[in-house]
Design a protein around this ligand. Structure first.
Ligand code: PMP
Length: 368
């Protein structure tokens, strides 16, 4: 008999579960993980190499545990783009926003506590809850994937969760959550517990609307989580961050591992932040391509959820997995999130999007 995972004394709640697993397949057109399709510009690659070379000389030492320079630059970026003054004390950074979310759950969730999200939404909220021993509550959504405010408020009052997740723009559906909804859920969460409300803005730079960052003013239990993985085109860097009341930043210090952000990561992120304008210049192009995908998919007869992100959810398919496979057979990898009838495509370069649209056009021909 082969010794396997089931023979190990793995925690009960992890038994029989699957890890996060978007397929990493080697196909010509990969539009399945909401990455930015553009490679970093050469001038930035050079600047990263320079910064990392400098950092390498001091690798005998631990890095700045508090990442002060990096958090200062992130605070400047947030202030410049949101018009809301954010300082070093409001900002915390970690290895991807997944680690930010994990630290928040380690701090405010944990055994005997619960978190709620409104599904379908980003699957890692539930997975990180499980990984941190936090009970997960799946909250409701309307059929059009907007948050059903009344039902959500009721669910918060009933379950009194310790953490409330709101993803805006939502993944995988793409729609943004109006500020009034976030405020209503925040009020409900304060009345119920009071609980922490985490607004996951991983895709906010692609939105037609503004960041909800200014809402942290006067709301010490509201946290906005952001990432450099999407709009900055730096998914490989692994840099996420949050903005909140300074007390929240103090609280996550209790669970962060010492020196969690390597000197190489900090140097790379600092170089990238020197080139914010160059990196973000693709955002407008991607937004235009996203809008093109929405209108062309609609013209082909698909149902499409209004998107504020760099991806589009489209349907409906009798068998979405079979449709996913047919698109893949034409060399284009999209995402099957397991939502019956729907698939999700990330906005790529114009050529990649053309290849995707050709593939789905073939599908519609087959069906007619
Ligand atoms: N939040 C949402 C809504 C996401 O879709 C993702 C990535 N797919 C993340 C957070 C995590 O991104 P990262 O860890 O790369 O910052």
């Amino acid at each position: 008999m082969i010794f396997g995972i089931d023979d190990l004394p793995v925690r009960d709640e992890l038994r029989g579960k699957s890890p996060y697993g978007a397929p990493q397949l080697d196909v010509p057109v990969r539009l399945n993980t909401n990455e930015n399709p553009y490679r970093l510009p050469e001038e930035l690659v050079e600047r990263i190499a320079e910064r990392v070379r400098e950092a390498a000389r001091d690798l005998n030492r631990y890095p700045d545990r508090d990442a002060v320079e990096l958090r200062t630059r992130l605070a400047e970026y947030l202030t410049d783009t949101s018009g809301h003054e954010v300082g070093l004390a409001n900002v915390w950074a970690a290895n991807g926003s997944n680690e930010v979310l994990q630290q928040l759950l380690q701090t405010f969730g944990g055994p005997g506590r619960t978190a709620i999200g409104f599904e379908p939404s980003y699957s890692m909220h539930a997975l990180i809850s499980r990984g941190t021993g936090t009970g997960w509550i799946s909250g409701p959504r309307n059929a059009d994937f907007t948050i059903d405010v009344e039902a959500a408020v009721r669910a918060i009052a009933e379950h009194k969760p310790d953490v409330v997740f709101i993803t805006t723009p939502n993944n995988p559906t793409g729609n943004a959550v109006p500020p009034e909804t976030v405020l209503a859920l925040y009020e409900a969460a304060q009345a119920a517990k009071p609980s922490m409300v985490v607004v996951d803005e991983a895709y906010i730079e692609f939105s037609h609307g503004d960041s909800l960052l200014p809402l942290i003013e006067g709301r010490p239990q509201l946290v906005v989580s952001r990432t450099m993985s999407k709009a900055f085109g730096a998914a490989g860097l692994r840099l996420g961050y949050l903005a909140a009341h300074p007390a929240v930043v103090d609280a996550v210090q209790l669970v962060r591992l010492p020196y969690h952000l390597s000197a190489v990561t900090q140097a790379t992120a600092l170089a990238a932040l020197e080139h914010t304008d160059t990196l973000l210049k693709y955002v407008e192009q991607l937004k235009a391509e996203r809008d093109r995908l929405v209108s062309e998919l609609r013209a082909l007869g698909f149902e499409v959820v209004e998107s504020d992100a760099n991806f589009v959810q489209f349907g409906r398919f009798d068998d979405s997995h079979a449709a996913w496979q047919k698109i893949l057979d034409r060399g284009v990898l999209v995402r099957d999130n397991g939502i019956p009838g729907w698939l999700r495509v990330s906005a790529g370069t114009p050529e990649e999007n053309d290849a995707f649209l050709d593939a789905v056009r073939d599908l519609t021909k087959e069906q007619s």
